[in-house]
Ligand binder design. Sequence first.
Ligand code: ZN
Length: 318
Amino acid sequence: MIIDAHVHCTGQERSSEVLRSLDQAGIDMAVLLAPFLSEGYSLEDPASLRRGNAHLARLVRGHEDRLIGFAVLDPRSKDAPEDLQRAYDQGLRGVKMVPTGWYPYDTEVQPLFAKAHELKLPLLFHSGIFIDGRSGRFCRPTFFEALRDYPGLKVALAHLGWPWTDEAIAVGLIELIHGVAPDHVMFRFDISFGPPPVYRREVLSKALAVLGPDLLQFGSDCFLPCSGAHIAERKGWVVDLLDELEVDARGRERIWSGTAAAWLGLDAGEAAMRAARAKQGPPEAEPESRLLASTGRLFTSLLRGDEDRPPGLSPVCC
Ligand SMILES: [Zn+2]
């Protein structure tokens, strides 16, 4: 059972293509984030986010056994709580937010946090630096401690907060020190890779040593539509790291699915049932020309391999 806990939509993807890519990559379930970085969508434009959330709701409808849709909202918008209720009514089951222009402790963003708390929805936040040049100053891990005002909320911080990974680990450690069981703590972390490759082994090694695998979850951070091979490549980075660090079978189970299942509120039986339903198929080669055409200009350089960029770094991250 593998859950990809961090996959971006662009508005160009279709359900059948998404499921096929997941099958090709050997992914059983995926958390899909509504579009906000692609053409026609913007965090600064709440109407575009509403359109993106509606698109995602249509995408996941009928495929809830494998696709979990997360609304994307700007909590500064006074309509954000109402927009979240609408997204929830449409079938979305979590919220992704990107602190850019606001801090998680700002008064103006609290109504949306309160609404998510009321609906008992899991949250995913970008944390750490932005690769695309936006200022990451809003996204330091300790700023998210403001969410402790909403006990019971389940929060995932992306990219392990890189470059503030020590800070992220410290935030995650607090409740463990006080004896809270991992599945009931507020913060867990996805290891979709903000860190450049040279940091990854050290970062994951420290996180495993301090937090253990119970607070770590896999996320590819891929942008749809993309091939299964693209997702599988990122999955392979994690496989290699887990091998290098000699993570045991239980630890792997947590990172691949257990931690995310608890975050999403799936009980073990339900998750296993979903896994059993998940369609498995042999990877199919996809012609590069079709792949590039369907992926859009933003991602073509990544798929081709951009020699100016260190291997494994994405042009955007959130
Ligand atoms: Zn992302």
